[in-house]
Write a protein that binds this ligand. Structure first.
Ligand code: PLP
Length: 495
């Protein structure tokens, strides 16, 4: 059969240039707008310009629909199957979130609208602020940051403002455990602090003795992830907080893994001063493909006066407005934050009512089912109990010549997105699996069967795994060639 005529995966596969170049002069795809007969027909001539000379595509509606539907089948998404990317909390995004966020009353709300015309939007922001303060048991909050890493940067700006206010500018060092997410040390550097790395214990916890030794007068803060990137709860957190505070230092908790403890613990009682929560992880706003994300930064009494503005407030007369903290560091972003994410997060939380803690319970249960099912086949990274993610190493497999990368790539041929691999760096050949609470027992069981099958193939030194993926739209990529001769433009002809 002529390859160009071949129909695979029930959708047509076109060769270039037909793949994207579907425009033909004169072809139109018009959907009639809703009744706009009341709009003025004439545009004020001062607003007109010469016609723009843009080569806009001319395509019919079915062509457009098929084009994007076809593209969507080449990708992998949470709406297709399990997405066990550890530390990323790729949970299902409930449709009700999307429905409410798309309501024109919210979707068309301009960020610069005067407060009196944007009461509903400010109220939503305020409600989310109040709920997250209550859930975390913290004193203050900002919803401005555009992502987790941006929340970290905001948090470290708060640390700096706090220290400057106390005239303790000699405190310039931030302690970061060796299991930290890469954004943590990067944020420290960007915020003008230097990083001192802390070794973890054999079990994967922060070493309290190492912390005591590292706590010199120049320490501004500790950045710790809890549960940490091994999926383990730092049980010494209150002791750690105490040590820091006695040293005049602050405790920053990376809350990217908050899914494991949401509604279960008090960050306030843990002694946390600053923490970012990724709305796009724990609170089910979509992510992947570069965003948009959003983070909440919750803070203790120590730094509440330095929060960035504007912060939504409820006034005495019951109306809503914006306020700024007394010694605010200023804005960290234009507008009041990613409102589309704020409204999705609030919808998600309200749909759980007072059962939000069940998210954490189910997420931890699912991760432990995977841990138990696979610990005989893959080496767990820690002997301690797993929270929301199960981390293994490829220690049992490496001698076969097949390692984590081959496992991850072959999983794609079984129809699964690979887990996070080779992170945290402290675990050699790490395989970090986070199922989240939204997966059914059947999906979890099937995934475990696939993982066991792969363990068997690795033990049998199945070299064909090195050729995977072979069943995905894009086959195994020649990474050396891709790095040396990158094709960055689809017009570039293959040579
Ligand atoms: C995802 C993540 C971050 C960064 O958050 P972004 O929203 O991706 O910027 C930081 N720390 C940990 C542990 C994470 O998992």
């Amino acid at each position: 059969m002529d390859k160009k005529l071949q129909i695979t995966r029930s959708v047509q596969v076109f060769e270039e240039p037909l793949l994207f170049e579907r425009s033909r002069p004169g072809r139109v795809g018009v959907s009639l707008p809703s009744d706009d007969s009341n709009l003025p027909l004439e545009i004020d001539s001062s607003l007109l310009r010469d016609p723009a000379d843009l080569p806009l595509p001319e395509v019919s509606e079915p062509e457009v629909v098929r084009h994007f539907t076809r593209l969507s089948t080449w990708n992998y998404g949470i709406d297709l199957n399990l997405y066990p990317l550890g530390s990323c909390t790729m949970k299902y995004n409930p449709r009700i979130n999307e429905e409410i966020a798309a309501d024109s009353a919210y979707a068309n709300l301009h960020p610069s609208l005067p407060a009196e015309f944007a009461q509903h939007g400010i109220r939503i922001t305020y409600e989310l602020q109040e709920i997250l303060k209550t859930v975390t048991d913290m004193k203050g909050i900002t919803l401005q940051p555009a992502a987790g890493a941006h929340g970290e940067l905001t948090g470290l700006f708060l640390v700096r403002a706090y220290l400057e206010d106390r005239k303790e500018t000699h405190k310039t060092v931030v302690l970061v455990p060796d299991s930290a997410h890469g954004t943590n040390p990067a944020t420290c550097t960007l915020a003008g602090f230097s990083v001192r790395e802390l070794k973890s214990t054999e079990e994967g916890l922060l070493d309290v003795e190492a912390l005591k030794a590292a706590l010199t007068p120049d320490v501004a803060a500790l950045m710790i992830t809890n549960p940490n990137t091994l999926g383990i709860f730092e049980t010494n957190i209150a002791v750690i907080a105490d040590l820091l505070h006695k040293n005049g230092s602050l405790l920053y908790m990376d809350g990217a893994n908050y899914n494991a403890i949401v509604g279960k613990v008090s960050l306030g009682k843990m002694g946390v001063d600053i923490s970012h929560l990724n709305l796009h992880k724990t609170f089910s706003t979509p992510h992947g493909g570069g965003g948009p994300g959003a983070a909440a930064v919750v803070v203790s009494e120590r730094v509440v006066d330095f929060l960035p503005g504007p912060i939504a407030e409820k006034k005495k007369d019951g109306t809503y407005g914006w306020t700024t903290a007394s010694k605010s560091i200023g804005r960290v972003k234009a507008g009041p934050g990613h409102f589309g994410m704020i409204i999705r997060a609030l919808t998600y939380i309200l749909s759980y009512g007072n059962q939000l803690h069940r998210v954490a319970e189910q997420a931890v249960l699912n991760a432990n089912i995977i841990r138990r099912a696979l610990e005989e086949f893959f080496q767990p990274a820690s002997p301690l109990d797993t929270m929301h993610e199960a981390v293994f190493s490829d220690a049992k497999q490496r001698k076969t010549g097949l390692e984590t990368i081959h496992l991850a790539k072959t999983l794609i041929d079984y129809g699964y997105h690979p887990p996070t691999i080779y992170f945290p760096l402290s675990v050699k050949g790490a395989i970090m699996i986070e199922p989240t609470e939204t997966e059914s027992p059947e999906t979890i069981a099937h995934f475990c069967e696939v993982m066991k099958d792969l363990a068997g193939r690795m033990a049998a030194q199945d070299e064909s795994m090195k050729l995977s993926p072979q069943k995905s739209y894009v086959r195994k990529i020649d990474e050396v060639e891709a790095a040396r001769k990158p094709v960055l433009n689809y017009f570039t002809k293959k040579t």
